[in-house]
Design a protein around this ligand. Structure first.
Ligand code: ZN
Length: 54
């Protein structure tokens, strides 16, 4: 299950959420801070190799 990251366009709040693709497709995400649905969707690739990160 992928981790999705979002950033609210209204207040700038950034948050992450585990959800199914179906849930994601339904666009049920809301900003936990201001409740806006005007959020930018980012995808965090959980398969990315982090060993190179310092
Ligand atoms: Zn917000």
């Amino acid at each position: 299950m992928p981790i999705y990251a979002f950033q609210c366009k209204a207040c700038g709040k950034r948050f992450e959420q585990l959800e199914t693709v179906k849930q994601h497709d339904q666009h049920t995400e809301r900003c936990p801070k201001c409740g806006s649905i005007e959020i930018e969707h980012l995808i965090i690739d959980i398969n990315v190799q982090t060993s190179k990160k310092t």
